[in-house]
Write a protein that binds this ligand. Sequence first.
Ligand SMILES: Cc1cc2nc3c(=O)[nH]c(=O)nc-3n(C[C@H](O)[C@H](O)[C@H](O)COP(=O)(O)OP(=O)(O)OC[C@H]3O[C@@H](n4cnc5c(N)ncnc54)[C@H](O)[C@@H]3O)c2cc1C
Length: 490
Amino acid sequence: MKKVIVIGGGISGLTASICLSLKGFEVHLYEKNAFVGGLANGFYINGQYVDTCLHWLMGTLKGTKINDIHRLTHAITDEVEIIKLPSLGTFSLNGIDVTFYRDLEKAEKEWIKISPEDEEQIKQFFEYTKDLSTLVLATENDGLIKNIEVKPALKRLTKQRKDLAIIFKESREVYARRFKNEAIRNAIINFQNGYNSMAFAFIEYGLFSKGDTDLPKGGVIPLINRMKERFISLGGVLHLSTEVNRIVTEKKKAIGILANNELIKADIVLSCCDPLFTIENLLENKYKYPLYQKLKNNIDKNPISSCYSLFVSVKKGLSYLDVPTGLNIGELNINGKIINTVFMRPYHYDDSFKKEGETLISFLFNQDQNDFDYWKNLHDLSSEEYKREKEYINEFIITKMCETYNINYDDVTYLTSFGPLELNKLTNSSYGAIQSFSFLNGIMRIAKGKIEGLKNFYMASQWSRSIGGTPTATIYAKKISDLIAKENKK
Ligand SMILES: Cc1cc2nc3c(=O)[nH]c(=O)nc-3n(C[C@H](O)[C@H](O)[C@H](O)COP(=O)(O)OP(=O)(O)OC[C@H]3O[C@@H](n4cnc5c(N)ncnc54)[C@H](O)[C@@H]3O)c2cc1C
């Protein structure tokens, strides 16, 4: 039985470890933290469950190909209830609510009522949403992984509709300029987090409307625990609190890892943590990976998406609010960058998040590589200043929420907050990214998962393709596991 060492117990590492175990490999999974999950995580504070990751999970619809993988790994099982919210959120401006209803016809009608002068653009918006919702299943008769490759389908669609080619290159900000109505422009700019092109916004909304992007009840921790149990039940060996210091190579072959000053040998090494960290630290810059290195050198053209998150508990039922709601906060100035809207998520839809008489609320706004540098420099300069800046941000947002929803300030309990620096420390994700390099300039970047000139070594993670997130992590972990099995027949 060939032995595989998998580095990193996030969604990618867990998915790959399960798939490889199912293919008959002896799998050892090494995770630096005392728990698996990586960026997909959650914990308890004052008896309140706080889910620090899952806002939407792609692949919740039975019969879709990502769902097949979720079922293979037990991320989703028949016993797991899938929560279907009525909309992808509501974003308001000057008293006008713009809602992304699951029912696209209802949304289209309501938007046209809001802005009859934008009728043509609105109709086109919903047409694109419907078109791009078909993407993921567009290559239905190909093999498992080809089924969920979106690239061929994108090509077909761009041929059919010339305009779509432009939309792949347009950010939400640029696309929104097509609309005359300010509230609709504001909603389009803010309804999705991250710095991706409009194409991804259409895909997300389209898949949501189809029921393929929803929420597993209980959030991310039960999901991660199901995957962990699945791995262990297949005979997999989990090494928690074990940081890998180096990938050991000999004659251009990976022969194992160095952890706790010990050489641990294996036939194959698979890194499921950040590829830049892998190349620069674990492989000590001895090998080149031109794609990632090029993206890093041109990062301003391919920004990564990280976030700042704040969690509070409120002694008030807010069940009337859509999830998420765009909270207008005026002008929050962080190092010269102005934040106007934050995602506000009241977790009233899932009992697992409920504490008697209270509503858990999270706030989230986008951050990028420049914000990471700002936070890092500030922390290096003074941890006190860093703490004060976070307190200022938290206070600002909490005050705006209280003003907007008539909440007594004393009824709000602060739970936790974190930004790109904390995410980087938790998982070694470059710049604290929660999505990989964007594809704002229209090119989907797909990494091969192998390094030229280094045998017995593979990589898979949310960085394997532009956009990132759990869908990419899931798809590529499966894809690379298939490749490992094919190239290393026992
Ligand atoms: C606030 C927030 C909200 C999010 N919302 C969503 C959402 O709604 N939907 C969605 O799809 N995605 C969301 N994401 C993104 C999603 O969580 C990630 O894309 C995904 O979990 C990445 O998985 P991964 O396994 O590729 O990487 P990671 O989770 O980064 O896993 C890498 C693992 O490797 C470990 N590691 C690193 N270095 C070493 C080492 N030297 N030795 C041993 N172990 C090591 C890390 O500790 C980590 O566990 C969100 C993330 C955050 C933080």
